[in-house]
Design a protein around this ligand. Structure first.
Ligand code: HAM
Length: 438
């Protein structure tokens, strides 16, 4: 047999049922928060990702040249497409734009647990709102989506951070924008790489000071409360111009934290400045969701990307959002025994005894299906006895028996497959009988 490509999944009916469960919950959550669904092509121009999402994701693109000579790529994420869509109609769209999508993404990653080359994401974004009110709404949606699956504050946590504060700090150290971008990419990998490697990667940007700097960012990465955050930045940001920025930034933090508390989300998040996010377009508040025990990879990630729409040729439009992936969520729900078991079974199984019975049975099968019942019958009916066995094994609640006797009398025998009781019902009363006995 042919094998599927590495990093891709087949969805047999059982897996499709689980996938549908995830999609249903995601969609229901987004709708409760007043988000509208959108979609975009899975294949986009490669330029959409070049230099906007960052080197890491560009290196993972499934890219090729199409027959028309265009450089194209399967989408690795939804955010650039969303920025393209909203940017193209920005002046006509009422703000804020609250949109969500559910779709397949492709990244040519090294295969590891929780990381595949094709996966699904639930993306939700708000465009047109510069303040932290947008983040409050998004984090509330993210948390309520996850609790909708039965997860609690003991299971997962939203780790909340701020790239603006990092940038303020790194500017204060004397780095320019290019060096800041590069250093943040290194910071994103701390903890996943040996310390020597981190130092080596900081060297080109900081020279001799790399060691010192590493000590400082370890303190920064350890900040886990608003008070500690305030203290650190008030002490380290001394430049007057940056200081004014800092005060308004701290005020935004207060709005965000009090909003999240008021929404009852206090137990679901934690300040954690070690999160800086791997994608290059992020600008302000950023966050990632992890299981509390730290056993799985990130369940979700997101943040603000205020310049992306403009970088893609649209107007200046503030934006923020997140994406939940299906792979880790699936593993995590399975681990917590929170995946429902879906049993694919008909409600009614029709037993057919011969050619004449077939005509009567088919007439009723059509009417029953039209009335909304899930009805199955053997395409080529075997002997009666075998059909009864099939009916019992099918999981249906009742068998409808069309034997030659019944057909001659214009009746149907309804056998309850749970208690094996039987009743003979005039064919024209079958629908009413089933509705009343349900
Ligand atoms: P991201 O952190 O790259 O963000 O991905 C979000 C989530 O998608 C991850 O937390 C993870 O659950 C899942 N994911 C990512 N890569 C893989 C993979 N190779 N295999 C399985 N799951 C994966 C973004 O994609 C941003 N565009 C999110 C965003 C929306 N930011 C603003 N709006």
């Amino acid at each position: 047999m042919f094998e599927r490509l590495p990093g891709f999944r087949d969805f047999y009916p059982e897996e499709c049922a689980v996938r549908n469960h995830l999609f249903r919950q995601w969609r229901a959550g987004a709708r409760r928060f007043g988000f509208s669904e959108y979609d975009a092509p899975a294949l986009e121009s490669l330029d959409l990702y070049r230099a906007k999402s960052g080197d890491e994701i560009v290196a993972q693109l499934f890219g090729f040249t199409d027959r028309g000579g265009r450089d194209v790529a399967l989408r690795p994420e939804m955010t650039p497409s969303l920025a393209r869509l909203v940017g193209a109609r920005a002046s006509a769209l009422p703000k804020p734009v609250k949109w969500f999508s559910i779709g397949e993404q492709f990244r040519y990653e090294r295969q590891q647990r929780g990381r595949l080359r094709s996966f699904y994401q639930f993306n939700a974004d708000i465009l047109g709102e510069p303040g932290p009110e947008a983040e409050i709404e998004l984090i509330a949606l993210l948390v309520q989506t996850l609790t909708g699956f039965g997860l609690t504050a003991e299971d997962f946590v939203v780790r909340l951070s701020d790239r603006d504060l990092w940038v303020d700090y790194l500017r204060g150290v004397g780095l320019d924008d290019t060096a800041i971008g590069a250093v943040l990419t290194v910071v994103d990998k701390i903890g996943r790489e040996p310390e020597a490697k981190t130092l080596e990667r900081l060297q080109p940007h900081l020279g001799e000071a790399a060691g010192d700097f590493f000590g400082k960012i370890s303190i920064l990465r350890d900040i886990d409360s608003f008070e500690a955050l305030e203290r650190f930045f008030r002490a380290h940001v001394t430049d007057d111009a940056v200081r004014t920025d800092l005060e308004s930034r701290l005020a935004q933090w207060k709005t965000l934290l009090s909003g999240l508390e008021a929404m009852g989300l206090g137990d679901f998040f934690r300040i954690d400045l070690s999160i800086v996010r791997g994608l290059a377009y992020y600008t302000g508040f950023v966050f990632e969701v992890f299981d509390r025990e730290g056993r799985f990879r990130a369940l979700a990630g997101g943040g603000r990307y205020d310049h992306l729409v403009e970088k893609l040729g649209g107007p200046s439009l503030p934006a923020t959002g997140f994406a939940v992936g299906d792979v880790t969520l699936w593993e995590f729900l399975q681990d917590r025994k929170l995946l429902p078991r879906y049993v694919e079974a008909p409600e009614l199984f029709v037993v057919i005894g011969g050619e004449e019975a077939r005509t009567a049975a088919f007439r009723d099968i059509r009417a029953l299906r039209e009335a909304g019942y899930r009805v199955e019958y053997p395409l080529k009916p075997p002997a009666f006895g075998k059909q009864f066995k099939q009916a019992a094994a099918s999981g249906a609640r009742a068998a409808l028996i069309y034997g030659s006797d019944e057909v001659a009398k214009g009746t149907v025998k309804v056998r309850n497959l749970n208690d094996r009781s039987e009743e003979e019902v005039p064919a024209e009363q079958l629908l009413r009988y089933l509705a009343e006995s349900a």
